[in-house]
Design a protein around this ligand. Structure first.
Ligand code: R1P
Ligand code: GUN
Length: 294
């Protein structure tokens, strides 16, 4: 399998080489980095003065191939703010190592970003969440992390961050407050929840028993990504905002003849993509007004 992990992207020098290559392609110096979830790459289409680079043209960059992920990055202005938008992510279940899964996060840091906005498609476990709703991530339960699968495993790169970073208040409270205000300004506050994301390894979806367990644990939505990038962002000192688009309702009963599938996920994210992108761009505008990115 060509995407199989060599997990060799922990080298700071290699990361710097990638960042220098990207900076050589554009005058844009991003203050915010955005990672687009499944079917959500359209956020990058809102950029002006845009320069798009396919991942295949970037030295050392892993080639992610899941459908719904474009596999390119765009630099440009969003609401007048210089941003880098990664339109496609690498997942652990694809066979990538953690250093590849979080490479985009570390590259945005080396490009100069202060804030990471990380997005995903997720299954709604809280019964109040409907397909097409959004969930501002308040905190996460990282099932891979709890068993030691961490992007920070291995010798620590002190130039990125500390050996033992705290994850308390990982998802920045001030940015979440701005996001809630944006939801009110768009009159979609009833569709924008705030809750706990559980990250599982995938690529299989959850069993009924697992979902019942997760619900008991206070989980609101389930995904297969995001938390690793959030940890890497905290490690290297970026503020983190995370948001899920709810693309399917988790099936928590036996014998319903319903089951999740990726086509449904992509279809729902296509349907919700425009509103989601508007929400993110208004959030960026809010961050600029509050000088959070200064
Ligand atoms: O997390 P993103 O990349 O949005 O995609 C989510 O959707 C896919 C499953 O349908 C998985 O890749 C899961 O992680
Ligand atoms: N783990 C998981 N990830 C998802 N991504 C989109 N939907 C789902 C889901 O139901 N479960």
């Amino acid at each position: 399998m060509s995407s199989e992990s060599t997990d060799n992207l922990n080298s700071y020098e290699k990361m710097q080489e990638i960042a220098d290559f990207i900076l050589g392609q554009t005058e844009i110096r991003p203050r915010i980095g955005i990672i687009c979830g499944s079917g959500l790459s359209g956020i990058g289409d809102l950029l002006s003065e845009k320069r798009t680079i396919p991942y295949t043209e970037i030295p050392h960059f892993p080639k992610c191939k899941v459908s719904g992920h474009r596999g390119e990055l765009s630099l440009g202005l969003l609401e007048g703010v210089p941003v880098v938008c990664f339109q496609g992510r690498c997942h652990y279940y694809e066979g990538f190592g953690m250093s590849e899964v979080v490479l985009a996060t570390r590259i945005m840091k080396l490009l100069g970003a202060k804030i990471m906005i990380v997005t995903n498609a997720a299954g709604g476990l809280n019964p109040s969440m409907k397909v097409g709703d959004m969930m501002i991530i308040k905190d996460h339960l990282n099932f891979l992390g709890l068993s030691g699968i961490s992007p920070l495993r291995g010798s620590n790169e002190d130039r990125l961050g500390p050996r033992f970073p705290s994850l308390t208040d990982l998802y920045d409270g001030g940015i979440r407050q701005i996001a809630r205000a944006v939801a009110v300004s768009m009159n979609i506050q009833h569709e924008v929840h705030e809750g706990i994301l559980a990250a599982l390894g995938g690529p299989s979806y959850e069993t009924v028993a697992e979902l019942k367990f997760l619900r008991l644990a206070g989980v609101d939505a389930v995904g297969m990504s995001t938390v690793h990038e959030a940890i890497a962002a905290r490690h290297c000192g970026m503020l983190v905002f995370g948001c899920s688009l709810i693309t399917n309702e988790c099936i928590v009963e036996y014998g319903t003849n319903r089951e999740p599938n990726h086509e449904e996920v992509i279809e729902a994210s296509k349907n919700g993509a425009n509103k989601f992108a508007t929400f993110i761009s208004k959030l960026v505008s809010g961050l600029r007004q509050q000088d959070t990115i200064a």
